[in-house]
Design a binder for this molecule. Structure first.
Ligand SMILES: Nc1ncnc2c1ncn2[C@@H]1O[C@H](COP(=O)(O)OP(=O)(O)OP(=O)(O)O)[C@@H](O)[C@H]1O
Length: 628
């Protein structure tokens, strides 16, 4: 499957990928083990083969021993004793190999988990845009890929072990059956082959169920994390959502469990049917051979050998059917891991360098929507931001301000039109280089469960340990004094759910406005960024703090280009120009004074409303003061 294939979870996604793909998946699953731990996997393979052949070797030694003993007075005692010793040694070796195989299996499994996390999440990190992360099918596939890549290699190895053991057993036992009553071989192989086909069909069905229930199980995990998330705990308690969310958690789990149980029931039914059929065939063979013995055609030894050999063949088939089923499930599911690694990036790779901004950023007739069948969010935006200017961006909720910022950071590409950085289309630029030229505080900024210093320092990773720079950024964002006052200063963990990794002390949590300042400080770490974007950097700040932050930023900007989004129009008053976004278009553009002079425009109306609100509040404040 490739990215153009139907998403996981859809019935088409569950269709069999074809033998060639499955063979490739099986090979890749084994290769993954060797990549994870070349020595461990090689040893496991050797030991696995050893474990597989020891029962046959033991049977062969036993045959030699009994043959020797069967010579009675002519038996070579020394030879018999050495065969006995060899049998005992083989028994001991077999026991040791089994233990070794168990340890190596554990070793390979653990190394695999690391390798899978390494490869999968390196791939996830390669996606440059945001589209994959907003695609439920991608999350389902990621979950299935994780599950598959940890199980499939183990299952394939176990199948190899079982196949070696079973082939050795089958070749020995079928010879015995052929010597006594040949039709029994045909019967047992027929039942065995049918059981194998049935198990493979069950494996297909099981994988379909896993694919279909992946979304439900992800929902279950979502409700589970919600019920223990300290950020959600307030609303859950206040709105009394516990029972409601818990009910949904159980329902998601029950739905998934029902589908799994349906496959398990079918499996139990099919296996019981084949067990009964096997018993019937074994009974039939025994009756034939016993009747033959009664008529003197077979000896008692023949009967004993026949019964043991029939049981041996059935046992070998049972083992191989079970392991083949698990391997088939693993291999089918492993396709998701391979698909994920093959998933192309959602943004074409640009290679041109992203030089320092000297001229202007220009949005030229930019059209964008999140979904090709969805509504347009930006409809032909034309906007020029000269290098060094501070541009304010205002508009009502949902007007498209944050979307425009996301396009500037190239998290998505416009569907029509282009964004030019000094005349070069940003699509042609190396995206990592472009992003290094931008410092952003997003509206939905992150609060990391890390130390205060790291929370800021990761804004410019190579300098995250440069405490001077971290503190300078914190100072600009007006949070330095608060962080210094924390129990462990800048080393304090900003988390209530993780202890400090070094001394095990619990962390602290900040207020909303303090967190916002930390996020602002993070974006200021890139002191050499050409473009500073602040998407509502002061929404959580009190008016005094907001004023102070804007003044500091004005000074700190030092001629750098800035794009400032705010619903508090007063905060943008000093911007060189303000663009008003209405229904995905720039409806007005100009300085504060120019926009006010338009009279009756969107900006003037909004500004008037906010100013009236402030004046009214100020009046109320004065009246209250006078009354008290
Ligand atoms: N990831 C997304 N997928 C689909 N639609 C989205 C996504 N993000 C935003 N939208 C939609 O795009 C429109 C514009 O959203 P955007 O966040 O750009 O508005 P905004 O002007 O920043 O609003 P606000 O002032 O409330 O922050 C909204 O209708 C929103 O529902």
């Amino acid at each position: 499957m490739t990215h153009s294939d139907p998403p996981a979870g859809s019935p088409e996604a569950a269709s069999p990928p074809g033998n060639r793909l499955r063979a490739r998946a099986a090979w890749a699953a084994v290769a993954l083990q060797f990549r994870a731990t070349p020595v461990g996997a090689s040893l496991l393979f050797g030991v696995t083969v050893g474990v597989g052949v020891t029962p046959a070797a033991a049977a062969w030694l036993a045959k030699l021993l009994f043959d020797e003993l069967g010579r009675g007075a002519h038996a070579d005692a020394r030879h018999a004793v050495s065969l006995g010793i060899a049998t005992a040694a083989l028994g001991a070796l077999s026991a040791v190999l089994l233990q070794l195989a168990a340890y190596l299996d554990e070793l390979v499994r653990r190394r695999l988990v690391v390798e899978v996390e390494r490869t999968l999440f390196a791939k996830v990190d390669e996606f440059r845009g945001l589209r994959r992360f907003e695609d439920p099918a991608f999350h389902d596939r990621l979950r299935l890929a994780q599950q598959a890549s940890e199980d499939a290699p183990h299952n394939v190895t176990m199948f190899t072990q079982e196949a070696v053991r079973s082939v050795a057993a089958l070749s020995g036992f079928t010879g015995a059956l052929l010597a006594v009553w040949p039709p029994m071989v045909g019967l047992l192989f027929l039942v065995g082959a049918a059981a194998l086909l049935a198990r493979l069909s069950l494996a297909r069905r099981q994988v379909v169920v896993w694919e279909l229930t992946s979304a439900r199980l992800r929902r279950h995990l979502f409700y589970r994390s919600l019920l223990t998330d300290p950020r959600a705990a307030k609303e859950i308690r206040l709105f009394g959502l516990g029972g409601f969310l818990h009910g949904r958690l159980i329902r998601a789990l029950n739905d998934a469990t029902e589908a799994e149980l349906a496959v398990a029931r079918r499996g139990a039914l099919v296996q019981s049917a084949f067990a009964a059929l096997n018993a019937l065939v074994a009974g039939l063979g025994t009756v034939v051979v016993v009747a033959g013995a009664a008529h003197g055609r077979f000896t008692i030894g023949d009967v004993t050998l026949f019964v043991a050999a029939a049981a041996g063949v059935q046992g070998a088939f049972t083992g191989i059917v079970l392991q083949a089923g698990s391997a088939a499930e693993g291999v089918r599911l492993f396709g998701h891991y391979l698909d994920l690694l093959d998933t192309p990036d959602d943004l074409p790779r640009g290679e041109a360098p992203a030089p320092a901004l000297t001229g202007r950023i220009e949005l030229r007739d930019v059209w964008f929507r999140y979904d090709t069948s969805g509504p347009w969010v930006l409809r032909g935006v034309n906007l020029t931001v000269p290098a060094g200017a501070a541009m304010g961006l205002v508009g009502r909720n949902g007007a498209g301000k944050s979307t425009l910022i996301k396009l500037l950071c190239r998290f998505y590409d416009p569907e029509r039109g282009a964004i030019l950085w000094d005349g070069t289309d940003i699509r042609t630029m190396d995206v990592a280089e472009l992003r290094r030229r931008i410092g952003v505080t997003f509206q939905d900024y992150m609060t990391y469960d890390l130390s205060a210093a790291e929370n800021i320092g990761i804004g410019d990773l190579p300098y995250r340990e440069d405490l001077e720079r971290v503190r300078d950024s914190a100072r600009l964002a007006g949070i330095d004094a608060t962080l210094r006052g924390l129990p462990d200063g800048y080393e304090t963990q900003l988390s209530r759910v993780h202890l400090d990794e070094e001394d095990g002390t619990p962390g602290v949590t900040l207020s909303g406005g303090q967190w916002q300042r930390v996020a602002l400080a993070r974006s200021l770490m890139r002191t050499d960024a050409d473009l500073l974007i602040l998407d509502e950097p002061s929404s959580g700040l009190d008016p005094e703090a907001e004023h102070e932050v804007h003044r500091t930023l004005g000074r700190h900007r030092l001629g750098r280009t800035a794009l400032l989004v705010s619903h508090r129009l007063g905060a943008l008053r000093d911007a060189d120009a303000i663009a008003v976004l209405v229904d995905g278009r720039i409806a007005e553009l100009g300085s504060h004074d120019e926009l006010m002079a338009l009279g009756g425009g969107h900006y003037a109306r909004l500004f008037g409303l906010q100013a009236a609100g402030y004046a009214e509040r100020a009046d109320r404040g004065r009246t209250t003061e006078a009354a008290t």
